[in-house]
Write a protein that binds this ligand. Structure first.
Ligand SMILES: NC(=O)c1ccc[n+]([C@@H]2O[C@H](COP(=O)([O-])OP(=O)(O)OC[C@H]3O[C@@H](n4cnc5c(N)ncnc54)[C@H](O)[C@@H]3O)[C@@H](O)[C@H]2O)c1
Length: 242
């Protein structure tokens, strides 16, 4: 299928690699007017890509302002915001320092506050917009360790519902995405026994791949999801199903 995003301008954070990069490339194939992938990292293999790659540290509100202002100046609007950037640290609560907690919450949660606060006025002006905030299955269920990550990912569920409730009458939809174990650079050095346990816990008995979450985000971003807001879409091979 093509042209599901015809005429749309999309900003995707954490878009240099992994799931965010896959979303960005899929969005361009679906006819978006412009796709801006923002990251602290430089992307690789950009030769055949029409994605616009920009530098953005999502923890810095002044960088958010500059990035959003430039996109609106260049493209006239932002129809779709995907807050995908994130880091995962595994420390349990008793090993979580103040610094570690603040770092994870800054990258995984406060960044989404900054991003939505910057983009929402432009969406309100157009009375249209779709925001997708990437959480995790660990935003819905408990797991040993990863205390700060769970704090952030759980809160993403609620702030997404809050924005959906607050700005629905402005024509803006806001949803959260909850991936399970997806093969990406984030977990490529994860211990094999953890990966095996995650796979064993799915009903499909395999990990996911980035295009599978990208298609879910494409649906939420597109007008096909025009009556879908304030919901949590789980893409986890059935891990949370039993
Ligand atoms: N891979 C999984 O199994 C899995 C499962 C559930 C949720 N997630 C979530 O999916 C999202 C994408 O992760 P991924 O799997 O593609 O891993 P990834 O590590 O490849 O992607 C994360 C991206 O975020 C970027 N990033 C980190 N800090 C940043 C900052 N301060 N400013 C801008 N960009 C920053 C990284 O550079 C990277 O490109 C994350 O929010 C992650 O928590 C991943």
């Amino acid at each position: 299928m093509v042209d599901r995003l015809k005429g749309k301008v999309a900003l995707i954070t954490g878009g240099a690699r992994g799931q965010g990069r896959e979303m960005a490339e899929l969005f361009t194939r679906e006819g978006a007017q412009a796709v801006i992938a923002a990251d602290i990292l430089d992307p690789a293999d950009t030769e055949n890509s029409t994605v616009e790659f920009v530098k953005l540290d999502v923890t810095k509100d002044d960088e958010w302002k500059a990035t959003v202002d430039r996109i609106v100046a260049d493209h006239g609007k932002i129809d779709i915001l995907v807050n995908n950037a994130g880091i995962c640290l595994y420390e349990p609560i008793l090993e979580t320092s103040n610094e570690l907690y603040d770092r994870v919450l800054d990258v995984d949660l406060k960044s989404i506050f900054f991003g939505m606060r910057e983009v929402l006025p432009h969406m309100i002006e157009k009375q249209a917009g779709s925001i997708i905030n990437v959480s995790s299955i660990w935003g819905l269920a408990g797991v040993p360790n990863s205390f700060a990550y769970q704090a952030a990912k759980g809160a993403i569920l609620n702030i997404s519902k809050n924005v959906a409730a607050t700005h629905g009458t402005d024509g803006i939809r806001c949803n959260s995405l909850h991936p399970g174990y997806i093969l990406s650079p984030m977990n490529e050095h994860q211990a094999p026994e953890i990966n095996e346990a995650l796979i064993a816990g799915t009903v499909l008995k395999r990990p996911g791949i980035p295009i599978e979450t990208a298609y879910a985000v494409l649906f939420l971003a597109s007008d096909e999801a025009s009556y879908v807001t304030g919901t949590a879409l789980v893409v986890d091979g059935g891990y949370l199903a039993p």
